[in-house]
Design a protein around this ligand. Sequence first.
Ligand code: 13P
Length: 249
Amino acid sequence: MRRPLIAGNWKLNGSRDSATALATEVAAASSEIDVDLLVCPSFTLLAPVQAALGSSCVALGAQNLSAHESGAVTGEVSAQMVAESGCRYVIIGHSERRGLFGERDSDVAAKVQRALAQSLVPIVCVGESLDERDAGQELAVVSRQLDSALGALDSTALANCVVAYEPVWAIGTGRSASPEQAQAVHAAMREWLIGREAGAGNTVRLLYGGSVKPDNARALFAQRDIDGALIGGASLDAADFLAIARAAV
Ligand code: 13P
C-alpha cells in the first residue's frame, strides 16, 4: 500500500562526470524495478544529473535548503531555487547538518515549511546518537524531533512528507540497526503519525537509513513499517543501489 522509496544521498561526492555516469546507470535500470527511485546530488550537480536522468522515472532531490526565503544570507539556496532546479524532494535535518552545522529542531521545522510551500516533498531526518541509544532514549529523541518538525502541520501537509529514521551511530559506520531495532522505532513513529491524523499517518513513508547495503536490505524491508531506505555510501555504486532497490520489491 505504501510504494517503496529508495533514495540515494550522495552527500559531498562526485564530479560532473562521475555523477552523470552514476545517474545514467540508475536511469537505465529504473523501468525494470517497481519502486520509486530518487537521487540527491550536491546543488551544482543537480542540472547535469537531471539531464542524465532524462525521461526516466528517477526523481531528483536536494540535500538541504535554506530556512530563509530570500535576502542577505550569502551562500544559501532557497526552496524556490531547489524547486526550480527540477527537484521533487529535499532532505531536511540530516544528522550531518544537525551535528556539523548546528541545525536545531527549530531550523528543521522552518525548512520543512519552506519545502512544503514550494510543493517539495521534505524527507525529514530524525535519529538518536549512540549515547542517547545507550541511555535508552531513542524513542524520546525521535518523538521530540517529530514534534518539532511536523507537529504544526495539518493533515494535508503531513501527508506530503517522508520521514527517515537514521540512527547517528549507524551512519557510515557499517553498523546498521538490526531490522528489529529499526522496526521498533518505525512502529513508534507510525504511532506518532497516526496520533496526529490517521489517514495521513498511515500513508507517510518511513525510510530507514544507516549502513543499508545489498546484503541487509531485504531483512530491513521485510519489516512492517520500513517503507524504503535513505542510502549514503552504497548509493554511490549503481549496482549496489539497484540491488537494494530490487530487495524492496
Ligand atoms: P550510509 O548509508 O553511508 O550509512 O549513510 C546513511 C545516510 O546518512 C543517508 O542519508
